[in-house]
Design a protein around this ligand. Structure first.
Ligand SMILES: Nc1ncnc2c1ncn2[C@@H]1O[C@H](COP(=O)(O)OP(=O)(O)OP(=O)(O)O)[C@@H](O)[C@H]1O
Ligand SMILES: O=c1ccn([C@@H]2O[C@H](COP(=O)(O)O)[C@@H](O)[C@H]2O)c(=O)[nH]1
Length: 238
C-alpha cells in the first residue's frame, strides 16, 4: 500500500473495538492498548484528532427497529459516544497525553462544547482533541461526524479504525468470497452501495478531497503500520 504523506489526521475509532473480546462495553485493557497506539502515532509526528463511535453501547437505527422513537434513540447514541470519548481521554491522560474532549451537544459540566477555532488551538498546542456526540444531530452517524470534523480541522486524511481490514466488494462478515480493494474511488463506494461507511460521510470526503483509509484497529500495532504505509488497508480516494 502506498500512502501519500499525511500530517494531520482524523482518526475515527469504532466504538465496538473498545469492547475488546466483548464481555463489557468498554474494556479498560483494550482502551489502554488503543490509547498507547495513538500516543505512539503522535510521538511519531502525526497531528491527531479523534471521533469515537458508540456502537458498543447504543445504535439509534437498531433501537428504532426495536420500536424506539428514532430521534430519541439517536440522541441516546450520541450520549453513548460521549462516554466512549471520556474513556479514551482517561486512557490517554493516564499515559501523559494531553487531551480535550469537545461535545457537539453542549454539556459544560462534563467537557468543552465544540468550538472549531478552540479545537484548532488545542491541536496547535499539541493536544489530542476528541470530538464527542457526533454531529449533534439525529439521523447521522459518527462516520459523518468524522468526515465533517476532518473537513473543519483541515485534516489531510480520515483514518477509519474498525473491525475489518478494508473495503470489500461485499460485506466480508456476510459474504465469504468478498474481495478487498487496495484502492477504490469514492464514486464506486457510492454507486456499488458498499456499506463500510455511510454515504453522507463518503460524499463529504469526496467533495472536500479527503482520502479515507479503512483499516482494522483490533489488530495490535496496526495503526503504526498503516500510518507507515505498511499495513493492510483500503484507500478511498478521487
Ligand atoms: N463492502 C464492505 N467492506 C467492508 N466492510 C463492510 C462492507 N459492507 C459492510 N461492511 C461492514 O461495515 C462494518 C464497519 O462499519 P460500522 O459502521 O458497522 O462500524 P464502525 O463505524 O467501525 O463502528 P461503531 O459503530 O461500532 O462505532 C464492518 O464490520 C463490516 O462488516
Ligand atoms: O451525528 C450523529 C452521530 C451519531 N448518532 C447516533 O449515535 C449512534 C452511535 O454512533 P455510531 O456511528 O453508530 O457508532 C448512531 O447509531 C446514532 O444513533 C447520531 O444520531 N448523530
Amino acid at each position: 500500500m502506498t500512502l501519500p504523506r499525511f500530517k494531520r489526521i482524523l482518526l475515527k475509532l469504532s466504538g465496538e473495538v473498545l469492547m475488546g473480546d466483548g464481555k463489557v462495553s468498554i474494556d479498560p485493557a483494550t482502551t489502554a492498548r488503543v490509547a498507547g497506539e495513538i500516543a505512539a502515532a503522535q510521538a511519531a509526528g502525526f497531528e491527531l484528532c479523534l471521533v469515537v463511535g458508540g456502537g458498543n453501547i447504543f445504535r439509534g437505527l437498531a433501537a428504532a427497529a426495536r420500536g424506539f422513537d428514532r430521534t430519541s434513540a439517536d440522541y441516546m447514541g450520541m450520549l453513548a459516544t460521549v462516554m466512549n470519548a471520556l474513556a479514551v481521554q482517561n486512557a490517554l491522560e493516564q499515559i501523559g497525553v494531553e487531551t480535550r474532549v469537545q461535545s457537539a451537544i453542549p454539556m459544560p459540566s462534563v467537557c468543552e462544547p465544540y468550538i472549531r477555532r478552540r479545537a484548532v488551538r488545542h491541536m496547535e498546542k499539541g493536544r489530542i482533541v476528541i470530538f464527542a456526540a457526533g454531529t449533534g444531530n439525529p439521523f447521522f452517524t459518527t462516520d459523518s461526524a468524522a468526515a465533517l470534523r476532518a473537513a473543519e480541522m483541515g485534516c489531510d486524511a480520515l483514518f477509519k479504525g474498525t473491525s475489518v481490514d478494508g473495503v470489500y466488494d461485499a460485506d466480508p462478515k456476510k459474504v465469504e468470497t468478498a474481495t478487498r480493494y487496495d484502492t477504490v474511488s469514492f464514486n464506486q463506494v457510492l454507486s456499488d452501495d458498499l456499506k463500510v461507511m455511510d454515504a453522507s460521510a463518503v460524499a463529504l470526503c469526496r467533495d472536500n478531497n479527503i482520502p479515507i483509509v479503512v483499516f482494522n484497529i483490533r489488530e495490535q500495532g496496526n495503526l503504526a503500520r498503516v500510518l507507515a504505509g505498511e499495513g493492510t488497508a483500503t484507500i478511498v480516494g478521487n
